[in-house]
Design a protein around this ligand. Structure first.
Ligand SMILES: [Zn+2]
Length: 294
């Protein structure tokens, strides 16, 4: 939020800023604008895969139009990294003629929490209320458990069901041939990781980051922030390990929960100067805390 009144302008993707990060792999960058994600468009010979929709029908329409232009008659497939509003709440316009696929846990989580998140995000300021006004959430056409391989034609894409870590239904989109990984909010460049509800768990997130590292991706697209490489995964590993270690040390020293949060916030703000999402260090500490809460 940028002030007391919250987000004033609707967060709209800038489709004109789309860039190619590998041959036939495009990203519309978030521009570090709150509530806008990185959006992917992956081309194959027969089909084009869109990764994430941004928030609301207006964004979804813009991304669909861009993807259909790139597809130029090829089939369009949609998937979403996780159910959060700026990643999946623009899916409605895709309903016509395209296949929407996600893992089963994400479909269940979207059904369980989606409407509640529409209402919650609509309170974050007039810009978000506007972009979410009249939003309709749609279920996927196809779900899978574990892993799904999609042959786009000359290009294999693997969808991995990997939650819970950031959300219950986290999904990786991996292009093994090109070493490209779309990680959703499991990785963000120069933002603190977000643990928004009890389904977000630091220890499981750390385990997952190790699995993500093992994929050996040269190009990593996080949910927000500039595209990078393995160093983005390494940065989150280092951060979570530091929070886990300091939480354990301060608990062992007898500090009270509020004091532990305050101490670690100070340390992490200094260590990661310039990272956004500072308000989310608290829930990371709480995720690792084992002591009694006040
Ligand atoms: Zn998220």
């Amino acid at each position: 939020m940028n002030d007391e009144a919250g987000i004033l302008e609707p967060p709209l993707v800038d489709t004109g800023a789309i860039g190619e990060i590998a041959p036939g792999v495009h990203v519309i960058p978030d521009g570090r604008i709150p509530f806008i994600p990185n959006v992917g468009v992956v081309e194959g010979e027969r089909a084009v895969l869109v990764v994430d929709t941004a928030m609301g029908h207006r964004n979804g329409e813009a991304i669909l139009a861009l993807a259909e232009g790139i597809a130029d008659g090829r089939k369009v497939i949609l998937t979403t990294t996780h159910f959060h509003p700026e990643h999946a709440f623009g899916a409605k316009p895709f309903e016509r003629d395209i296949t929407y696929v996600m893992n089963a846990a994400q479909a269940e989580e979207l059904a369980a929490k989606g409407q509640e998140y529409v209402e919650m995000f609509s309170t974050f300021g007039p810009g978000l209320a506007e972009v979410l006004d009249g939003v309709e959430l749609i279920p996927p056409d196809l779900t899978y458990e574990g892993r799904l391989r999609i042959d786009l034609g000359g290009r294999m894409v693997e969808l991995h069901e990997v939650g819970p870590a950031h959300t219950r239904g986290d999904q990786l989109i991996h292009l093994p041939g090109e070493g490209v990984l779309f990680a959703g909010d499991l990785v963000e460049n120069a933002f603190f990781p977000i643990l928004p509800d009890p389904d977000a768990q630091g220890d499981k997130w750390l385990d997952l980051l190790a699995r993500m590292s093992a994929l050996g991706s040269g190009i990593v697209v996080g949910g927000h922030g500039a595209v990078g490489g393995q160093e983005l995964i390494d940065a989150f590993v280092e951060y979570f390990e530091a929070v886990r270690e300091r939480t354990a040390e301060l608990e062992a020293g007898g500090a009270d929960p509020a004091g532990i949060v305050e101490t670690i916030e100070g340390e992490m703000f200094a260590r990661y100067d310039g990272w956004g999402n500072q308000e989310w260090v608290k829930t990371a500490v709480e995720s690792f805390a084992t002591g009694p809460s006040t």
